[in-house]
Design a protein around this ligand. Structure first.
Ligand SMILES: Cc1cc2nc3c(=O)[nH]c(=O)nc-3n(C[C@H](O)[C@H](O)[C@H](O)COP(=O)(O)OP(=O)(O)OC[C@H]3O[C@@H](n4cnc5c(N)ncnc54)[C@H](O)[C@@H]3O)c2cc1C
Length: 401
């Protein structure tokens, strides 16, 4: 059996490992357009900060690929997928046949249509290659603007702040982390980040990136101008759909897959940031890993299911504890039923979001994560909150969960 995997991120690698567990004789080839073997994207902000080396980002040793008999081919950008012929062609003209294919081409950074976004010194952060280029540019840059106050924007900005840059974050919404916090959590977060040296402009929309060849600043829609010499655009991620769409696979916001991670073609499975499963595109590491495992197992003849997961996010900025999971009710639609606790003195805040049947469906924790595990378990099982438990929680006893 000839297995081909496109993409060596967490979905592709966990898929390949799951295939090998079940098929010791099949040939497994992984193609990636990147020049580096599987590494931690999650730690790229630490790399920007100079706190982790390029080597330490690598997640598998060379010996692992050898032992697993996985043929990893770097710098092989797949340009076309021929479903009928069962082969792919790379940009350099090489052809790779397959009996079974795992598509794991991940996501690409979304760049909004802002004039000047192609100037030197304007970056997105998705790959180790991006991070290496940003670091090289940051060596001669002091003033950084991050467009986008989501998790990625704040973590990337923090990396460059730790590397000695002044960082200003511009956010389109009127609060930071609009998908992970509500207004109270966001205000606490902003105050804490300002205390660390961050500056914020929000709500604001960037109209133009200024400069000759190299970025020198940007203009906002209200006419204000900010000088800067490095811009990071962190405006979201989109599924990297090109190959799948051109090959005629069913796509929407992502490649459509069933619970077995099978696409509209029975020999082609897909996993990770690329896919849309039960109308959800996750964009997080644990989902990509689990989907990859399920896809790989099924490609090798098993019958596993991915039935979805409650997404969660942890902000990884040292000195700030912020965790969000499930429905955080950022707009206050479920305010009546929520259980909220705010200790302004300690800057500790948490909110538990309940559905109409008094079941726990989401939460925000800020400033104290000591009960995070309990909370994750309770949300995962959509635990019902009895009147007695509600009373205890309202008095601040999160440990009673
Ligand atoms: C800076 C940063 C921080 C993050 N922090 C977190 C976090 O804290 N927690 C969390 O849960 N998630 C985080 N994420 C998201 C997480 O990294 C992704 O959800 C995860 O990497 C998705 O894995 P994937 O395998 O689907 O795709 P990717 O990791 O994007 O891998 C895609 C692979 O496909 C290859 N590829 C694409 N197109 C082609 C082609 N045409 N030919 C050949 N190869 C191709 C690429 O080279 C790459 O190897 C972060 C992401 C970034 C960028």
């Amino acid at each position: 059996m000839e297995y081909l995997v496109i993409g060596s991120g967490v979905a592709g690698i966990s898929g390949a490992a799951a295939i090998r567990q079940r098929d010791s004789g099949g040939r497994i080839t992984i193609l990636t357009e990147e020049a580096y073997p599987f590494y931690s994207r999650i730690r790229l902000p630490d790399f920007l900060a100079g706190r982790v080396s390029q080597e330490a980002l690598q997640l598998k040793k060379e010996s692992w690929y050898r032992e697993q008999r996985i043929d990893l081919r770097l710098e092989q950008q797949v340009a076309a997928l021929d479903v009928a012929a069962g082969s792919v062609r790379t940009l350099a003209g090489a052809s790779f046949p397959f009996d079974r294919l795992l598509l794991a081409t991940g996501g690409v950074s979304f760049v909004p249509p802002v004039a000047g976004a192609g100037k030197e010194g304007v970056f997105t952060l998705r790959t180790l290659g991006d991070a290496i280029r940003i670091r090289a540019h940051a060596a001669t840059a002091k003033r950084v603007v991050v467009i986008g106050g989501g998790v990625l924007g704040l973590e990337a900005g923090n990396g460059l702040r730790l590397a000695g840059c002044q960082v200003t974050v511009i956010e389109f919404f009127d609060r930071l982390l609009p998908r992970q916090t509500d207004p109270v959590g966001s205000a606490l977060l902003k105050a804490r980040l300002e205390g660390m040296g961050f500056a914020f402009v929000l709500p604001a929309r960037v109209e133009q990136i200024l400069g000759e060849e190299r970025v020198s600043g940007l203009r906002l829609a209200d006419g204000r101008e900010l000088a800067c010499d490095l811009v990071i655009i962190a405006a979201g991620v989109r599924a990297n759909l090109g190959l799948a769409r051109e090959a005629g696979l069913a796509v929407d916001r992502g490649v459509l897959v069933d619970d077995r991670m099978c696409t509209s073609h029975p020999q082609i499975f897909a996993a990770g940031d690329l896919v849309q499963h039960r109308d959800t595109t996750y964009g997080i590491w644990p989902a990509a890993q689990e989907q990859g495992e399920v896809a790989g197992a099924n490609l090798a003849g098993d019958d596993l299911r991915f039935t979805g997961m409650v997404p969660s996010n942890l902000l990884k900025v040292a000195g700030i504890d912020l965790f969000a999971m499930g429905d955080i009710d950022g707009e206050g639609r479920r305010e009546q039923a929520a259980i909220v606790n705010l200790d302004e003195e300690r800057a500790v805040y948490w909110k538990l979001v309940l559905d109409e049947r008094e079941r726990l469906i989401g939460a925000i924790l800020f400033g104290d994560l000591s009960h995070r595990r309990r909370l994750v378990a309770a949300i995962d099982e959509v635990r019902a909150v009895s009147p007695g438990l509600r009373a205890a929680l309202q008095e601040g006893h999160l440990e009673r969960l």
